[in-house]
Ligand binder design. Structure first.
Ligand SMILES: [Cu+2]
Length: 331
């Protein structure tokens, strides 16, 4: 390598002041445009707020920490840029080669970060303790992961209601090789199920999460929670959807659990307490009817699952809603 090519040409003519100013103004204009565009796009780029008590708490901490980071960035880069401009070589700055140690500086740059970290850790710890506090739940549901579906078993007042939640027929047909169905035409492709989990809003719902085969993970982003479903273990989780946020929320298994890992979505139908009570009553009535009559019980409603033409795709197995438990992990 020709080292001479890397040497700095000190004899280069100085750039005229006007050109430097124009360039600086141009850069400022570009950064202002980018800044305003960024401000508009910020809510879309930022972490979603979610719909639960915990997701709101997590979002609040996220924003607090973000603003602390912004303040640190402004302070650090402000000092750096000021030093670079004010004490540059061309202004005749002479490096201080005498100062090799300063106890005062070291104490300051140790104490300030410690104070910042402790200040951020206090609300974070408080929220983490809150996430793990499942006491005082108004409803408890056991969630069991299977290859590749979920089972929801209601305990307490809604005891007796238990069903499997599997990939919707529309997605299942479309996903088959050579199905001839364009997945883009399937509503909520791979994110819809036959029987969604139904919970009430405004009620603390405790979920007991486990698995009957391999490790899965129950994850609904809008709820701000995720828990591993591990065979032989029961992980607890709680969800309290804020009133006014009733609707359908979707998630996925978040642990690579085998061949069809991508085909066991999670759908939660959040109803008002009154509608939830009606749903429970309807389910219990159906159970009672099933216990007295041999005819099969109509399964729970399957919202967002438009019927599709069967085009030679692999048919689904028999309805799973009444399938008996294959593993009694908790009993
Ligand atoms: Cu899974």
């Amino acid at each position: 390598m020709n080292l001479n090519r890397l040497t700095v040409n000190h004899n280069r003519p100085a750039r005229p002041r006007g050109a430097v100013l124009r360039r600086a103004l141009g850069l400022l204009a570009v950064s202002l445009i980018a800044g305003s565009t960024g401000a508009q796009a910020f809510p879309a780029m930022n972490m979603p707020v979610g719909v639960t008590v915990l997701s709101h708490d997590i979002y609040r901490i996220h924003m607090e920490v973000l603003w602390v980071c912004v303040a640190i960035a402004i302070a650090v880069f402000g000092v750096m840029i000021t030093a670079l401009i004010r004490f540059r070589h061309s202004k005749g700055a002479i490096p201080d080669t005498q100062m090799t140690h300063s106890t005062a500086a070291e104490v300051i740059w140790t104490i300030i970060p410690v104070v910042i970290l402790v200040a951020m850790a206090i609300p974070a710890t408080r929220t983490m303790l809150k996430i793990d506090d499942t006491r005082g739940a108004g409803l408890t549901i056991r969630v069991t992961g299977y290859q590749w579906k979920w089972q929801y078993t209601y305990l307490g007042q809604a005891a007796g209601i238990s069903f499997f939640s599997t990939l919707s027929q529309s997605s299942n047909f479309a996903r088959q090789l050579d199905s001839g169905i364009d997945p883009r035409t399937v509503p909520h492709y791979l994110l819809s199920v036959d029987h969604p989990l139904v919970i009430p809003s405004g009620v603390k719902v405790r979920l007991l999460i486990t698995s009957a085969d391999v490790i899965h993970a129950w994850w609904v982003p809008a709820f701000g929670v995720k828990r591993s479903a591990i065979p032989g273990f029961v992980n607890e989780l709680w969800v309290k959807v804020l009133p006014g946020h009733e609707g359908v929320y979707r998630g996925q298994c978040a642990a690579l659990c085998g061949r069809d890992h991508g085909f066991m979505p999670i759908v939660v139908d959040v109803k008002t307490p009154a509608d939830f009570a009606k749903w429970v009553a309807a389910q219990k009535a159906a159970l009672k009817q099933a216990s007295t009559a041999p005819a099969p019980v109509p399964a729970a409603a399957a919202p967002n699952d438009a019927p599709v033409a069967r085009t030679g795709a692999v048919p689904l197995a028999a309805p799973l809603a009444r399938r008996p438990l294959t593993a009694q992990v908790l009993d």
